[in-house]
Design a protein around this ligand. Sequence first.
Ligand code: FE2
Length: 183
Amino acid sequence: MNPYKLLEKYGPQNEKGMHILIAHSEAVAKSALILACRTPDITIDLTFLKEAALLHDIGVAQTNAPAIGCTGEAPYMKHGLLGAALLKELGFGRHADVCERHVGVGLTKEDIVQQGLPLPHRDVLPVSLEEQLITYVDNYYSKGSLKPDVPRTLECVKKKVASYGSRNIAVFNAWVERFGVVE
Ligand SMILES: [Fe+2]
């Protein structure tokens, strides 16, 4: 598979949206690969890690987020679900799971119900190491910032993750311990 061909075809069809998506996705892929290589005690499929990191946000083009060049109709919160449906349809089920499970630190059914999110009522949590690593690293990068390829500081990411609840920050802190800090 060629992730760039897929991004070109299914990403935002405007320069701003495509630029932000590519810059963000490449930054996530690069950081995920660096952390994976620094963690020799675990077996990670690096080819899959890179492909899936590049594709994890492919669903954004179908959402309504004009600030990042996305002019679709769906709520932004559905970008993981929509990306997953697309990649599944194309036969990339493993990559699809990364799309669906990467939002925040993963969402529990409880989160979805309590927050009234426009998502099916089931857990969507990162399971494999590759899924966890991409989800973890993604939290450092904001597509909405002026520099979507520059990571936020650990302190800043922790503050944001903690604002979503105690489960979120506990999961995130465990990842900091396991994978190290993105710099
Ligand atoms: Fe992302």
